[in-house]
Design a protein around this ligand. Sequence first.
Ligand code: CP
Length: 304
Amino acid sequence: MRHIISPTDLTVSELSGLLELAEEIIESPKKYADVCHGKKMATLFYEPSTRTRLSFEAAMLNLGGSILGFSSADSSSASKGESVADTIRVISSYADICAIRHPKEGAPLVASLHSSIPVINAGDGGHNHPTQTFTDLLTIKNLKGRLNHLTVGFCGDLKFGRTVHSLINALARYENIKFVLISPEELRIPNYIREEVLEANNIPYVEVKSLENSMPELDILYMTRVQRERFFNEEDYIRLKDIYVLDAKKMTYAKEDMLVLHPLPRVNEISTDVDDDPRAVYFKQAQFGVYVRMALIMKLLEVM
Ligand code: CP
């Protein structure tokens, strides 16, 4: 039995297999319409979500399985003080696989230690979001044709952004990747990413403040939201929230084949005048999330 807690819980070779299966599903979805018949997925969401929870549920339904779960801590017995460990012990007898999102870093790992079904981390605090990373990798591979030889810019909240931490971790394993980390001083990447991922693996990176100046060299621009829910101080949030806004004018500085990704939800950081630019692929990216989660469920349940 496997759990997916970190994006590097899959080897590069296993990840290739996952992305290939996702692309086969895109080509021939009907072939997979019944492979999880009789299987149940529990979605245990202690924190709000639109894409992750609903794409997991759509994925399981597309595979012919069933779903159960809760969408907030308030509607579960966590509100009465039940621990994640006790919850997962019980859910293990109700479902065959589960996805868990929790505001506390490490909660999905704790769940996996007490689970007798595969546990997938659907986002833990500011730490990791592995299935968003698999979604991002599928988007880049499918639309760019490669996962190596890329200059990737991350812009916005690089401190609390779990999607950023996970994707840097995953991309650092591919050849000739360079990172351009665009943020204000207060929202720079955490030290453990700088030291244990980038410097430990000799990955070239620069930390800069200007989005405009960085645009011309990027193959991928990964925009992120400044997350109100991760700030301790409302004043800091207000001061930083609109620091970067990608708009149609800034897109004129970018390569003709640069891709703009965003894990969504967006607030103001991408102007709607970018949405019709063919390089803006964030809604397609959200759609890819269903296919990669179908592939992941199949791999973890060892169906087919
Ligand atoms: N990308 C993402 O995690 O979106 P949700 O918070 O809507 O699940």
